[in-house]
Design a protein around this ligand. Sequence first.
Ligand code: IMP
Length: 437
Amino acid sequence: MIIVIIGAQWGDEGKGKVVDLLADRFDIVARYQGGHNAGHSVYVGDKAFVLRLLPSGIIHEDTTCVLGNGMVIDPKAFFEEVDQMQSQGISITPERLIVTSRAHLIMPYHRALDHTSEERLGNEKIGTTLRGIGPAYEDKVGRRGIRVSDALSPEVLKLRIERNLEEANRIIVTYGQPPLYADQIFEETSALVERLKPFVCETSHFFSEAKKQNKKILLEGAQATLLDVDHGTYPYVTSSNPTAGGASVGAGIPPHHITGVLGIVRTYATRVGEGPFPTEMLDEEETMANLIRKRGNEYGSVTKRPRRCGWFDAVATRYAAELNGFNSVALTKLDVLDALDEIKVCIGYEINGERVDTFPAVSQDLRLIKPIYETLEGWKSETLGVTDIEKLPKKAREYVEFLSNSIGVEIGLISTGPERDQTIIVQNSVMEGWFDK
Ligand code: IMP
């Protein structure tokens, strides 16, 4: 069984918790795109784990984790996270953490170029995480990137650094930043790569063997559908493909081996960084945005940036469901809405006076959207920690059903709090077997 987990909105839907919940039922958890731009928080008892690069499955001792070929890996960030996890009592060994030889490395000049690129864009900037993600992917598709396997050969590593840095420094210096030095980068990277060596493996064969042995594999998306470089709100997107098709390419698993796709949908929407956000709560709804931000702890797990908050957008989420072929949906953060008198759901768009029910491709059009809302009554009582759908207030059940109908997918799981056991597993034929040990 191979399941993909994907955020349906602009990220931070609560994938970390859902992956963590499923991880001990799966043998392997792999990431297939992105890098340490992600930030997944997982709460276990009184411990909080923040994962950026490592799959959330790392917390479960019996799970093998894989960093797939679609990822970009900053070796320094990798070991910072490994050391952090180890200091929190998680054992990390090459037996249970595998880095594919085909992943690309994020180099120090990528971080510098992320800054200059944002500076160049001025008012049009993307609001990236400044971790060097975009420039590393630019080098990958420009066929000059450094893959983990390249870095294992000192001559190749040295040559590539020298060649790439020449071009990078031209840009860095133009923007008034000090140039970087090839020798220094080579020394630092070599030491990190030497430490990385035991973790490195060719993974498509590994996955093929795992499939033959009927192992359960979970592919964990980072960022989310609307940040996908092809399908998201381009150019305000990340530089990889979090959507379901990306899972096949980014892990090296044939598409027809994938059994199902689980969408993670939050009961409202947020976005970090710049870019269009049709249902954003703006000035007149500032108090509501603040309430949700506070109740939902909507601050970047890594960057601590306050997230922009908005109402549930059924048009955008339906688009995500169609694009990824969600078999089921995990609905998260229901409890955050407990305090609200009324809850709005965007059920359609109006652009230049015309009704539009599909998600526009052009970011300029997205900015012109006037959301058409339906207002539902709030339930005004606590759902935190509820584990049985029958125990939810009637109005909360109606809200869940409304969302499910508006996106056209059954809800398989509802999260009612950050902890593992604050979860309702809804009986759902599609997810049968996903939760079995
Ligand atoms: P980059 O991935 O750092 O290049 O940033 C591109 C866009 O994706 C920016 O708007 C970021 O805020 C957004 N982004 C990247 N990673 C995440 C994430 O894990 N959650 C939410 N937004 C993200």
